[in-house]
Design a protein around this ligand. Structure first.
Ligand code: HEM
Length: 249
């Protein structure tokens, strides 16, 4: 009986000795045996990030550590605008922001959205190639390309630009022509929307410009020409010809 007890005590001792070492006990081992620690991973990541930022800085001649990407919060004028909230201007108020008053930013509006384009005074400031867009919402001209006649947000009749010129007799009944015209009108409206959205996107997604607010009280109805505008000559010339369309299809 006492022999059995002695054997049990001995085996319990053995078991105790064979227990795996705790982590703290393991510290005495060299690094290779311990494997990769969290600190090692952080060190590796930090080195990778610093090297990448450095490469970007070198490649962009010291202009950017993010390969040219400028998040909005890294642009002070945008942050300032975000904090002050969106501006709401009537067309009359907007007209002051055309670059002539140097104490004011330069604004361009498309489809009622106002964008700050002060970063490019050479283009939109006085004497700039696109100064005529400054201080106004000239959405119509953004579609037609008529920079003299169409500096307005009135889109009346712009659909014609995308409607084929009737230059051949197809022998269709007036009913058939009406149905076709309605279909083409829908297509034309979609084209206008697409063009306007493209320009809006151009200013919104630009790394130089940013949206500041909206045009309010458009006052379009007070414009004596509102609703009576016809397509400018430049846009007329761009219209597709029905005969050419028939050849293409
Ligand atoms: C619907 C017609 C057009 C519209 C609405 C339009 C509008 C614009 C706008 C807003 C800019 C300034 C872009 C910026 O802020 O960086 C621009 C630049 C420019 N546009 Fe147009 N454009 C039109 C047609 C044309 C045409 C037909 C030509 C050529 C004959 C042209 C040549 C240029 C050039 C060369 C620039 C760059 C100017 C520079 O970087 O100094 N555009 N255009």
């Amino acid at each position: 009986m006492s022999e059995i007890r002695q054997r049990q005590a001995a085996s319990a001792k053995d078991n105790g000795q064979k227990k795996p070492k705790s982590r703290s006990q393991d510290r005495s081992k060299p690094d290779e045996e311990r494997g990769i620690s969290v600190i090692d991973v952080i060190r590796l990541l930090a080195t990778f990030i610093i090297v990448t930022l450095g490469i970007s800085y070198y490649m962009t001649n010291g202009e950017s550590v993010l390969f040219g990407y400028k998040p909005w919060f890294s642009r002070w004028p945008v942050v300032k605008q975000y904090m002050t909230g969106p501006v709401k201007l009537t067309p009359a108020e907007l007209s002051h922001y055309d670059g002539n008053d140097e104490s004011l930013p330069i604004y361009v509006a498309v489809n009622g959205h106002i964008f700050d384009v002060s970063a490019n005074p050479g283009m939109y400031g006085p004497g700039g190639g696109y100064h005529f867009f400054a201080g106004k919402d000239a959405t119509r001209a953004f579609v037609t390309g008529c920079f003299k006649e169409d500096l307005t947000a009135d889109m009346t009749g712009v659909e014609e630009m995308f409607m084929p010129v009737e230059d051949m007799d197809e022998g269709l009944t007036s009913g058939e022509k009406k149905v076709r015209r309605e279909r083409e009108m829908r297509h034309a409206r979609a084209q206008i929307e697409k063009t306007v959205a493209r320009w809006e996107g151009f200013f919104r997604n630009s790394q130089k410009y940013f949206q500041v607010g909206h045009v309010v009280d458009s006052e379009l109805e007070k414009d004596p020409e509102f609703g009576n505008r016809v397509l400018c000559d430049g846009a007329q010339k761009q219209r597709p010809k029905r005969s050419e369309m028939a050849e293409d299809s």
